[in-house]
Every structure is written in structure tokens, then in C-alpha cells.
Design a protein around this ligand. Sequence first.
Ligand SMILES: NC(=O)c1ccc[n+]([C@@H]2O[C@H](COP(=O)([O-])OP(=O)(O)OC[C@H]3O[C@@H](n4cnc5c(N)ncnc54)[C@H](O)[C@@H]3O)[C@@H](O)[C@H]2O)c1
Length: 434
Amino acid sequence: MKITVLGTGYVGLSTGVCLSQIGHHVTCMDIMEQKINQLKQGISPIYEPGLEDLLTSNMADGRLNFTTSLSESLADAEIIIIAVGTPQGDDGSADLSYLVQAAKDISSYLTSQSIIVIKSTVPVGTNDYIGKLIEDTCGFKVKMVSNPEFLRQGSAIEDTLKADRIIIGSEDVDAARKIHEMYRPLNVPVLLTSTRSAEMIKYASNAFLATKISYINEIANLCEAVGADVTDVAKGMGKDKRIGEPFLSAGIGYGGSCFPKDVKALLHTAGVNGVKFPLLKETIAINEYQRELLVTKALKRFGGLKGKKIAMLGLAFKPETDDMREAPSIPIANLLTKYGAEVIAYDPIAKENARRIIGDSIKYAGSVEEAVYEADAVLIVTEWKEIKEIDVSEMIRKMKEPIIFDGRNCLAEEKIRNCTSVEYYPIGKPPIII
Ligand SMILES: NC(=O)c1ccc[n+]([C@@H]2O[C@H](COP(=O)([O-])OP(=O)(O)OC[C@H]3O[C@@H](n4cnc5c(N)ncnc54)[C@H](O)[C@@H]3O)[C@@H](O)[C@H]2O)c1
């Protein structure tokens, strides 16, 4: 099939690359010239394991192209997938301006047979709204399909090629059948629904996972108060198939480009429709508290942070991505500097993206060793493999004080217990002080 993907971010690029991998002819279009120029040279503008290999091989096989030209990208397209950003608006609702612009841009190239697939995460009713907008501009109806995306950054390619499910929501049976056909080579379970149910499935899923994280974080805080160990508690809970093991890691809260904005957008939708949804309000409040927990703990331990040298290990919102959107490292760095600490941070991949957001109020190290040198304390913020595998005794030798606040519970306890002198503060379990 001939497919056009609008937007070459984490979702659009992964989708385009994977659809070409299963044999389709894909043209990816973006308004950012710099991104497209990089892509044309086979360079991925984002860090995503396995992406660049598939990108270059499918380009070489002639199934994958990149352009900034709408007319070029839409010539003969059977299916147009929209994967532009839907960031958080000022009032918590999803900002649909990129989507609306994209819909207006493509209007003059459409026919009544065009199939428009909205892959961006959009509030219930958006497919209807965009369909109407296009109809008003073109004078004819197009076929609208809601096809929300569930990939996780850091494993986007694997998640796309081996998805748990594909949701296809449409009132147009032929269009739904065609999209089903497009995905058939993936051999992934498909659920056909109405457009509105498909739109809701995406938000309901993300908000549920965010709530699961806030729930285990609240249990972690209670574990600390009563002397239990949240890792054991989560393991015990997760063995129950009704609960499941994933998303039960206590830590410093969820971040990234999806959960924070999607939970708020769902809450906004609830409000507009007269539904209070207090559970989501608590999910957000717990997450806000959790994001500041490492600083709260450091303040309690030191009494004040003025002049303390604090090393932050990890900046990206999670491992295996360079994405800094809504990363807990941002409020942590800002709070530490507000309390007068001297902060030096290390991240294997996200340093430059972090510098653009956090700025020069903190220093950026080129290695773990450089970051922890003479530090009064280490804060573990992102559980990169490199950070999990740190030689703790060696790291402590370089620090001024052997104090570690582990926001991801990612250092092996036996490594901590092998240290001759250490203060180790994990989340939701007793500290280890030797
Ligand atoms: N990132 C994720 O993990 C993830 C997972 C599932 C769903 N989603 C959803 O998918 C959507 C895209 O997310 P993302 O993280 O890929 O966004 P992104 O910000 O990384 O990429 C969006 C891209 O769209 C481009 N764009 C904007 N307007 C355009 C236009 N008119 N024509 C062509 N390109 C245009 C931008 O230049 C940018 O490259 C969002 O709705 C998001 O909520 C994201």
C-alpha cells in the first residue's frame, strides 16, 4: 500500500519505518526541514534503539522516503496517517492546533476515497471534528479512522512490530477493513471499535497506568512509614494475575511526553462533561509530591542544601530515550538550585536536550566519575543500565560523603552492603546505613 505519515516524531517515524519494514511504500512528511534533511541521510533525529538500522535498510530498498513537500508526500497516497504532536494546552486540555493545521494543509490534496488515520492521542470527538473540518473545506466527506498508538519510547520499534493490540476505530467499515489489512503482516490482535471508543481507549489506558504508578508510590510512602519493603510488596502483588507485575516500580513518579498530559487531558474531558473523576486528581497530586521526594529527603538529611555539591545521575524521563519532556529531573534540578545546592548532572544520551530545558543553572558532566567527584550526595534520577551497573564502592571513594538517594531503587542491595561506609536511601524501603 502507498502510505503517507505526517509528523516524524517518536510515533510518526517509528510507524513509518515499521510500515515500510512490513512491505508498504511509505513517505514521511514533516514541516521541520532540519529533521527531514537528517532523515534523508539515514540519520535518526531521535534516540530509539533499533530505529536507525531499519531506517537505512528500508530507504535502501526504496520503500521509505522523506520530504517536507505536502504535494510530493500525498501524490497517490491511499492512506494518510497523522502523527503530529498534541501537547498540553494552558487549561490542561490537549492542544489540537498542530492537528488542525495538518488537516487544513492536506485538504486540497484529498479525494472522497482518502482515508485519514489519526494516530495522535486526541480527545473523544476529535475524529468527528477533524472529519467535519475537512468536509467543510473540501465539500465532500473523507473516511476517518482513529488508530491510537501505544508504543513506549525506548522500545518503540519492538512495541510497534510486536504490539499487544491494534485499535481501529471507525464508522466506515471499508476504511476500517483497509487499515486492518495494512497491519495484517504484523500478526497482532486487532480490536475494531467505534471512533469514540478508540479515542477513549488510549486515554483510559494511559490514565490507568499512571494511576497504577501513583498507587504503588503511595504504598511506597506507607512502606517507609511502617518499615515494610515496597519491592517485596510489589512483587507479591504482581504475582496476582488480576494485578500484574508491570508498572509497580515505586520511584519518583511518571514523566515523559504522554502520561502527564494525557491524564490532565482526560480530567479536562471529564470536567467538560460534568464528571468529577477525583481519582485522577489524586493520581496527579501524588505524582507531583513524588517528583520532589528526593529533594525532600536530601533536605531532611542535611538540614539545608546551601553550598552542597549534589550529583544527579540520569536526566531523561526514562532510560533508552533522549526525551526530556516532563522529566522528573527538571523539577529536581530546579529545586536543588533553589535551595542553593551546586548541581552537576550526568546522562549518557539526554545531556544536550536537558541543557536546552534546564539551562546553565546546573553543570553537565561527561561521565559518572566526573559528576560524583567530591559530591556531598548522589541522586539517582534515571535507571540507565550504565547507572544500575555502577561500582558503588568505587563511586563512593570519589565522593566527599558516601550518601546516595536512589529515586529508582535501581542499585543492587548487595553492592550497597559491600561498602565499608555508606548511607543509602531508596524509595519505600528501609535505608541502609553502614
Ligand atoms: N511519544 C510517545 O511515546 C507516544 C506514544 C503514544 C502516543 N503518542 C502520541 O502521538 C502523537 C505524536 O507524539 P510524538 O511524541 O511522536 O510527537 P513529537 O513532538 O515527537 O513529533 C511531532 C512531529 O510532528 C511534526 N509536525 C507538526 N505539525 C506538522 C504538520 N502540519 N505536518 C507535518 N508534521 C508536523 C513536528 O515537526 C514533529 O516532528 C501525540 O499525540 C502523542 O501524544 C506519543
